[in-house]
Design a protein around this ligand. Structure first.
Ligand SMILES: Cc1ncc(COP(=O)(O)O)c(C=O)c1O
Length: 366
């Protein structure tokens, strides 16, 4: 079989997604136990008790298809967010939502503006639709440069992605800059504001994407249950936007794209106010102790508004990544983001953070 003759050309161009290594894989490969993962920006608290309980109850229902309209979850979300259910599209994680956006709106004639470095899925779904990614380098190679992105707009621009706070830098676009940017754009360009990590931002100038929906019909805000709500393994995320955009996307998604456990867990997670508060506090604490520790070791990093931090190893980060791995700590080397000298580390529990610092100190002093 000649695979090149039968695969769509654009599929051939999609770079493979590089996930954080799973704990089991590292334990198997290295023959060690007690590995911790600080690689995929997951929540070390695990899910709330309310979520655990509802999942146990829902086990008896998994012979049924899930509700294709996501009715109760959308009701709960709309109350929580002050939006109408018609403004919401729920997906099997934001990865699903990303793909639905691309499949609904992108044609091979379209250009998609993607700042660099950022989350890789934006480029992958653009390539999947044979549209053209326009990669715009961030300020000093890091963070979003909205002015340069504005300049990259052409008659072919269909979609612009902004990740706020940005993965992998943890940097943010501030309210005034974002509003000015949105105002400067033709209204037929869709702007996706991916707020996967917004719950962890505490900068007073961090914008509220949902508020901006009232003003900008072409804005789409992404939220996920994978981070603050600790449901990454269940896969649940959603887009909020004007009903005209959402209505078209509803036709494109799979009818049963969200499983029955995730739908129920999502509602329970929204009601788990204490868990949400504790998750936020844990991240603020992690941020403080990482700053302190890294300052003491004189290691450069970017101040972060997310639940992870980008650390500059000042040399190819493979060496330190491997050292950490051998000592049972999985972090994320950022070569695939175009940052070969950095690692991205997710804040863990106090105990996990201390274990990381101990191994990092040893690695640094070698
Ligand atoms: C910025 C950003 N958006 C979306 C996602 C994917 O979210 P989900 O788990 O909901 O698919 C991630 C995952 O790490 C992310 O970093």
């Amino acid at each position: 079989m000649n695979i090149n003759a039968i695969v769509r050309n654009c599929v051939d161009k999609i770079p493979p997604y590089i996930p954080g290594k799973p704990i089991e894989e590292v334990e198997r490969e290295l023959g060690i136990n007690g590995v911790i993962k600080m690689a995929s920006n997951e929540n070390p608290l695990g899910p709330s008790n309310e979520v655990r309980q509802v999942i146990t109850q829902m086990i008896d229902k998994i012979q049924f298809y899930p509700d294709a309209n996501h009715y109760y979850l959308k009701e709960a979300l709309s109350q929580d967010l002050g939006l109408k259910p018609e403004q919401l599209l729920v997906g099997n994680g934001l990865d699903d939502v990303n793909r639905i956006v691309a499949e609904t709106f992108l044609t091979p004639d379209d250009e998609v503006i993607i700042p660099q470095p950022t989350f890789s899925m934006y480029k992958s779904v653009t390539l999947l639709m044979n549209a053209k990614p326009i990669l715009v380098k961030g300020l000093e190679g890091i963070g979003n440069d909205l002015e340069a992105m504005r300049k990259a707009v052409t008659d072919h621009t269909k979609l612009i992605f902004i990740c706020n706070p940005n993965n992998p830098t943890g940097t943010i676009v501030k309210q005034a800059t974002l509003v000015e940017f949105l105002q400067s754009l033709p209204s037929n360009i869709i702007v996706v504001l991916d707020e996967a990590y917004a719950d962890f931002a505490n900068d007073p100038e961090f914008p509220n994407g949902l508020e901006l929906l009232k003003k900008f019909n072409n804005l789409m805000v992404f939220h996920t249950f994978s981070k603050i709500h600790a449901l990454a393994g269940l896969r649940l995320g959603y887009a909020a936007a004007n009903p005209a955009l959402i209505g078209q996307m509803q036709k494109v998604r799979d009818p049963f794209n969200v499983n029955i456990l995730a739908l129920a867990a999502g509602i329970a997670a929204l009601n788990s106010k204490k868990h949400i508060m504790l998750s936020k506090e844990l991240v603020q604490m992690g941020r403080r102790s990482f700053y302190e520790e890294l300052d003491e070791l004189n290691i450069e990093y970017l101040p972060t508004q997310a639940n992870f931090i980008l650390i500059d190893c000042k040399q190819d980060s493979q060496d330190i990544y491997q050292y950490l791995l051998r000592n049972g700590i999985i972090v994320r080397p950022t070569h695939s983001f175009g940052l070969p000298n950095h690692i991205r580390v997710t804040f863990g529990s106090a105990e996990q953070n201390n274990r990381f610092f101990k191994v990092l100190r040893a690695a640094w002093k070698r």
